[in-house]
Structure formats: C-alpha cells, structure tokens
Design a protein around this ligand. Structure first.
Ligand SMILES: Cc1cc2nc3c(=O)[nH]c(=O)nc-3n(C[C@H](O)[C@H](O)[C@H](O)COP(=O)(O)OP(=O)(O)OC[C@H]3O[C@@H](n4cnc5c(N)ncnc54)[C@H](O)[C@@H]3O)c2cc1C
Length: 397
C-alpha cells in the first residue's frame, strides 16, 4: 500500500486551527493523514483575552473545545505538550512519546518579550493564555481586598500596564471600565486607584495614525488612565517598578504587554530569525527544511517595502489559508503560490463602546469603530465554527 503522507500541525491557535479546518475541507480521503497537536484540548480566542483579564467578560467566552471545531474523522487531535522539534529527523517530541511527519506546520504562537528587564519574568503578569488571564483577574480583585485592610498601601491599588501597543491599549480600556465596579464592590474610593501606562517610545501605538492615537488617549485619559511615555521600565519588583530615570512607582501589579517574540521551541531549532520569529521563504517554509512551514507569531514575514509585519491574528489566519492551499498543491504535484498579504485594517478597542481603527483605508473611531471591532470578532468565530459558535460565544452587548 502506498505511504500516506502525514501532516502534523503543531499548535491549535489562530494559525493551527485555521490550517486544520482548511485541510479538512480541501483534502480528499486518503490524500494525507492530518494530526493536530495542542497542549490544551481547547482553542483560545487570544484577541478577547484582555477582557477576561480585566474582568469585563467571562473567560469561558474566550475558549472553545477543539474537537467541537474539527471533524475528528478527518483530523486526528492529540492533546499533548510538544517538548522539541527535530527537523533533521522529521520528528516532534512530546512529553510522552513522539510523532513522525512528512510535513510539519509549526504554529506555536509567541511568548512575551521582556527585553531582559530584571524582575519582569518573576513579578509581572502577561496576557497570553486562559490560565494567565484568570490569574490577572483574581490578582486585581485581591489587591482591592488587601487595600481595604491596609489603606496606607497605595501600591495595592496602583496598576501599571507596560507597553502601549494594541494589547496594552485594549487592556487599559477594559481595566479602566472595571475600576469603578471594583471600587463599588470593595468600598474603595476611586480617587485612590491609579492606572498608569508606561511606554518606552514617545507615543501609544507607534506607527498608527496620530489623530486616531490622540483620540484614543483622550478616551482613556477621561477614564482615568495616566500615560508615561519615553521612559522605559528599568526594573520590576513585587511592590514597585523603577523607570530608566530612576523614578520609583510603588505598585503591586504590573501587566506587561511590551512585545512578542517567537516560541522557545522554535528558537531552539536555531533557524535564521529575528526575536525568535523565523524568517520563512515566500511559501512560508523554513529555507533549509522545505517540508516545514512556520506561521503566526513564531514566523516573520516582510511587507513589500521590506518592513517586518507585526504579529497579528489576521496575519496568522492569512498564512494558514495560503499554506493549506500550498500543502494540497504539493500533495497533488501542482505548482505552489507565493504568500501575499493584504491587511484588511486594524481596530483597537478602548473599552465599552469606544474604539479606533483603519478599515479599508477609512479612519474610524468611537461607537462606529466599536461596532466594527465586534463584527471582526464575530467573523472569526464564524470562520472557525459557523453560526452555532457565533451564537454561543459571540459578544453582542
Ligand atoms: C490581548 C490580545 C489582543 C489581541 N488582539 C488582536 C487583534 O485585535 N487583532 C489581531 O489580529 N491580533 C490580535 N492579537 C494577536 C493575536 O492574538 C496573535 O497574533 C495570534 O494569536 C497568533 O496566532 P498563532 O497561531 O501564531 O498563535 P496562538 O494563537 O498563540 O496559538 C499557539 C497555540 O500553540 C499552543 N502551544 C504553545 N506551546 C505549545 C507546546 N509546547 N505544545 C503544544 N501546544 C503548544 C498554544 O496552546 C496555542 O493554542 C492580540 C493578542 C493579545 C494577547
């Protein structure tokens, strides 16, 4: 019997799940065996995580069982922690076993970039998974309870968000919306609560439309956020941070959103990369190992003018779409298509009813942008789970 090629998709985040769904649709029976490996049995909607982290949405709305999304007759799902990938042997090491592949799709996502700032790894929180956002939410609530007991400890109710990129700004909007509710339930005077955004560069959302950025910052300022730009964090401790100008901010909560780097497992393979994001070729393949593709936050691709594209869900989905088409073509001996990316635009939420963005070259802000943001979120749910998932997990409020 002829050997049936085995495609192993490593990671079931945005890139991995969309690749699996596309292959499920396109491949004919017996064309290939497809195995999807992920360390959890659920897919999480990362672009929602800032909401449960701040406590403005239920964490359950950000997680979906993987087997409810895929056809398990066509895609084999394996809940397993990948410990190593050995491209020379076409082998994926798991905590308890291994998998051999003919084609590997590495979609392991990214990790927080801490730039070696002392204390960040130990003391800061990161918005990156279901577990991490549950921890953040509980920690914030606990600080209010502690402050009630020790009202001289203003550090308990000082919340520092490091980084003013999209994740930081979106989280600030949610946190600022939650503070009045927390003050009411814990009986804390809102005047004592501080939400501070610290950003090394000179503005929020560097590279984004300056008028929209100004609008967004005004919205957040009105909700009580203070901005500190142009001063990098030098050190993070359990109850204070130190800025580059030696200013000390007493705070018991630092949420770090300062950047993303590729997954450690991908970095360990030693490929040519920038911040552990692998430089893939025009077919999203690793140049030395054409049977291996890397997509999503662990890959780096460049725009037509040579600038690295920021790691986004939108990019990971576009890569997954293109890659699935090429995998099918490769199995059928057809020519491959080069990956070309056209951004559909970007919308950043600023909390309830407010957002800023550029969609199809049009600038949008306020409630119109907020509605668009919801449409984008619902569209993703539709892509991976159709109308039933939209109805089950969609946020229409
Ligand atoms: C709060 C927040 C808001 C965001 N908002 C937006 C937005 O509005 N628009 C946008 O386009 N992008 C947004 N992003 C970025 C977007 O979420 C990422 O770019 C996207 O998730 C990358 O997809 P991926 O497939 O590379 O990785 P992920 O979606 O992170 O998936 C990686 C998968 O690999 C699994 N995995 C990791 N390690 C292992 C292992 N060792 N073994 C097995 N499985 C493993 C993980 O469990 C996960 O399922 C946001 C990110 C955050 C954090």
């Amino acid at each position: 019997m002829a050997h049936k090629p085995c495609i192993v998709i490593i990671g079931a985040g945005y890139g991995g799940i969309v690749t699996a769904l596309r292959l499920q649709k396109e491949l004919m029976d017996n064309e290939a065996e497809v195995i999807l490996v992920n360390k959890h049995d659920y897919h999480y909607i990362t672009t929602h995580l800032h909401m449960p982290a701040a406590g403005t949405d239920d964490v359950q709305n950000a997680r979906v069982n993987i087997t409810s999304l895929i056809d398990t007759q066509k895609i084999r799902f394996l809940k397993a922690q990948v410990t190593k990938i050995v491209p020379e042997k076409k082998r994926v090491e798991l905590e308890d076993g291994h998998l051999a592949y003919d084609y590997a799709v590495v979609a392991l996502g990214g990790e927080p970039e801490t730039f070696g700032i002392p204390g960040l790894k130990e003391h800061a929180f990161f918005i990156r998974s279901i577990n991490s956002v549950q921890l953040i939410r509980e920690h914030i609530e606990y600080q209010f309870a502690r402050y009630k007991q020790e009202p001289h400890r203003h550090d308990y109710v000082t919340f520092v968000v490091g980084g003013a990129g999209f994740t930081g700004i979106e989280f600030l909007g949610e946190l600022a919306d939650r503070i009045p509710k927390l003050c009411a339930s814990f009986g804390v005077d809102a005047q004592h609560v501080r939400v501070i955004n610290v950003e090394a560069s000179g503005s929020a959302l560097p590279g984004f439309d300056p008028g929209l950025v100004e609008y967004g910052m005004d919205v957040l300022r009105r909700k009580g956020v203070t901005f500190r730009f142009g001063v990098p964090v030098k050190q993070c401790n359990a109850d204070h941070i130190v800025l580059a100008n030696d200013e000390v901010i007493p705070c018991s909560t630092v949420i770090w959103t300062g950047g993303v780097r590729g997954n450690r497992l991908v970095e360990d393979m030693g490929f040519d990369s920038i911040r552990a994001r692998v430089k893939v070729d025009e077919f999203l393949r690793v140049p030395a190992y054409p049977e291996m593709t890397v997509i999503g936050d662990s890959s780096i691709v460049f725009s037509e003018d040579g600038k690295p594209l920021p790691p986004t869900a939108q990019l990971a989905i576009a890569q997954a779409d293109a890659l699935a088409v090429n995998l099918v073509a490769q199995l059928r001996g057809q020519p491959l298509r080069t990956f070309q990316y056209k951004s559909k635009g970007t919308v950043a939420s600023l909390g309830k009813g407010e957002a800023i963005g550029i969609v199809a070259k049009y600038k949008v802000k306020g409630s119109v942008a907020a509605v668009l943001k919801k449409v984008i979120d619902l569209r993703y749910l539709y892509i991976i789970g159709g109308i039933p998932l939209v109805l089950r997990k969609g946020n229409f409020s």
